[in-house]
Design a protein around this ligand. Structure first.
Ligand code: HEC
Length: 119
């Protein structure tokens, strides 16, 4: 039945579009919409992370882009994208990423994580 075949193909196309569409990252929250804590985190990021990571552009620098970091299930290393894991990466470093614990204190860390969640 040509008609049935057509609708199966159409349905498959719609399903594929939806599934592939889901992989697209939503854009980061605009800077004007950030709350106070997220804005402080933005500045922590500019000071301590920006030289190696893009936050608002999906392009690697020295390290992988952090845009959409919490929108994906896994970090580039394959570890789960959780606060614990991100925090431990910042504190202890990872391969070519230096430990940043010296420049990010507990309060900065909370602000930073709040900002990363808006990406
Ligand atoms: C001197 C450069 C540099 C700085 C500064 C830096 N990073 Fe990284 N970062 C890297 C590199 C390189 C990697 C890739 C490490 C690897 O997996 O080999 C990385 C990886 C990561 C990852 C992914 C970890 C994983 O498990 O895949 C996260 C998250 C991250 N960095 C967050 C941060 C944050 C937040 C800051 C700021 C506090 C920061 N980085 C500062 C270079 C840097």
């Amino acid at each position: 039945m040509p008609l049935q075949k057509t609708s199966i193909v159409l349905t498959a196309a719609v399903v594929a579009t939806v599934l592939l569409g889901c992989r697209h990252l939503g854009p980061p929250t605009s800077l004007q919409k950030l709350n106070d804590q997220q804005t402080r985190g933005y500045w922590v990021f500019q000071t301590s992370c920006r030289q190696c990571h893009n936050d608002r552009e999906d392009k690697p620098l020295q390290g992988p882009a952090l845009m959409g970091i919490y929108q994906k299930k896994y970090l580039p290393s394959g570890a789960a994208a959780t606060d614990e894991r991100v925090q431990s990466t910042v504190l202890h470093g990872r391969n070519m990423m230096p430990a940043m614990g010296g420049s990010v204190n507990d309060k900065d860390m909370a602000d930073l994580l709040a900002y990363l969640h808006t990406l």
